[in-house]
Write a new protein. Structure first.
Length: 70
């Protein structure tokens, strides 16, 4: 089942941050779409809940040094 979530990443402040976060697509199974905006400090992710949980996604974001708020 595909789920689309928008997270607020208040500590994302540059294009490099966006690139690091969008790189999660290569590291995690089930991500269909991921786009970040440092101007809006948001990360939009569409993922398959049968392959990836929201908790796993938040943990992966945290491992990169960012805090994801729904």
């Amino acid at each position: 089942m595909m789920v689309k979530k928008t997270f607020v990443i208040s500590d994302m402040h540059c294009a490099n941050c966006v690139m690091r976060l969008e790189g999660l697509e290569d590291d995690l199974p089930g991500i269909r779409y991921i786009r970040g905006s440092y101007h809006r400090q948001t990360l939009e992710v569409e993922f398959d809940e049968t392959q990836l949980s929201e908790e796993q996604l938040r943990a992966a974001i945290a491992r990169l040094g960012y805090t994801a708020q729904a």
